[in-house]
Ligand binder design. Structure first.
Ligand code: ADP
Ligand code: SF4
Ligand code: MG
Length: 341
């Protein structure tokens, strides 16, 4: 495993109390694999990846857990030297990694000279090489970010992240807000880069079809917790947690538009005051009385080089049965018997 996250807890202090944005999340990234971190907006994905890099917002702090990179525990005191060189980040909005007042080329050259100690001439040559790597013409190095399309900006942000040859790339919603054709082009580029550079990658997305298209493994987050994880083919082919079953119905397949889309009613809970027990209880069509009181824990067994398929649902033993009901849209129109509001 190149990265292990174990029982991570991240708290934000706010006027309304403590927001437990990540509340005991565990997952691992095998070397040379693409792991999708998926869940609806507000489930703690961005917080988790920023915590891995030790770059949280001012009011955020790690309240518990461990992050281990290449066998060494890391936290905000020792990640700085690793950033760019070992762990690189493509932030949620590509615009936020690009400064509107400088040309894109100048910004990549700056990363190479300031962080990588390249000389100016070598940096310019390397910037052209990086542009070529992500499928941009080197003539465009002289352009400003606003002269780029959304897809080109995303490519430029990826080029910048790869400047110092990191081994782990954390990409936060890299294709959100792009049209489906461009999404596929960018995802294909990421896959090609991953294979060519032998990168390990965490791809954060709210869109499970992006995971299906690109990732080897998947970690599903709900309300700050990991509720299901494992190899993509298993987790998306035979989801065991009702939330994953619901997510699968809620997004179009990137390759076809055959399936009827069925949203999961309601929204994720307020992380300043999450429901007790399984946090999905208020939205789950399969909730039992026990679900609202017993916190569901995920198993921690791992198999071989990858991660085993695990789920935190109390009704895990009935997963095959529940899955057949989950495919019926009517199931999701019925509100939970344990809805709190
Ligand atoms: N700086 C912050 N201060 C307070 N709450 C925050 C802060 N950043 C994120 N949050 C809250 O933490 C939770 C998780 O947010 P985030 O990590 O951005 O989730 P995601 O990336 O899955 O959408 C949300 O409830 C969000 O409102
Ligand atoms: S533990 Fe209960 S409420 Fe939670 S997902 Fe499983 S069945 Fe639904
Ligand atoms: Mg986010």
């Amino acid at each position: 495993m190149i990265l292990e996250v174990d029982g991570l807890q991240i708290h934000y202090g706010t006027a309304g109390g403590t927001v437990r944005a990540v509340d005991g999340a565990s997952f691992a990234v095998p070397e040379g694999r693409i792991v999708g971190l998926v869940g609806e907006s507000g489930c703690g994905k961005t917080t988790a990846v920023r915590a891995i890099m030790g770059v949280l917002a001012e009011n955020g702090r790690r309240a518990g857990g461990r992050v281990v990179f290449k066998g060494k525990p890391i936290d905000e005191t020792n990640t700085r030297p690793l950033l760019w060189r070992d762990i690189a980040y493509v932030p949620q909005s590509a615009m936020s990694s690009l400064d509107p007042v400088y040309t894109v080329g100048a910004q990549i050259v700056e990363v190479l000279t300031k962080r990588g100690r390249h000389g100016k001439t070598a940096a310019r040559a390397r910037a052209a090489e990086l542009f070529d790597l992500v499928g941009l013409s080197e003539n465009r190095l002289r352009d400003y970010p606003h002269q780029f399309s959304g897809g080109m900006r995303q490519r430029a942000a990826i080029a910048m992240a790869l400047a110092l040859e990191p081994s782990l790339l954390l990409a936060d919603e890299p294709v959100t807000a792009l049209d489906v054709i461009v999404q596929r082009q960018i995802l294909d580029t990421l896959r090609a880069l991953q294979q060519r550079l032998k990168l390990s990658m965490v791809l954060v997305t709210h869109d499970i079809s992006v995971v299906a298209y690109l990732c080897d493994e998947v970690v599903v987050m709900y309300a700050g917790q990991v509720i299901e994880s494992g190899p993509v083919r298993e987790v998306l082919g035979r989801p065991r947690h009702p939330y994953t079953m619901g997510l699968r119905n809620a997004f179009p397949d990137l390759m076809s538009d055959a399936l009827e889309l069925v949203p999961i009613a309601g929204s994720p809970p307020d992380l300043a005051d999450p429901p007790p027990g399984c946090r999905f209880t208020p939205r789950c069509p399969f909730a039992l009385a026990a679900c609202s009181t017993r916190p569901a824990a995920i198993g921690s067994d791992r198999a071989g080089a990858g991660n085993a398929h695990v789920s935190a649902c109390l009704r895990d033993g009935e997963a095959d049965h529940l899955r057949t009901f989950a495919l019926d849209p009517v199931t999701w129109q019925r509100s939970s018997a344990y809805a709190t509001s």
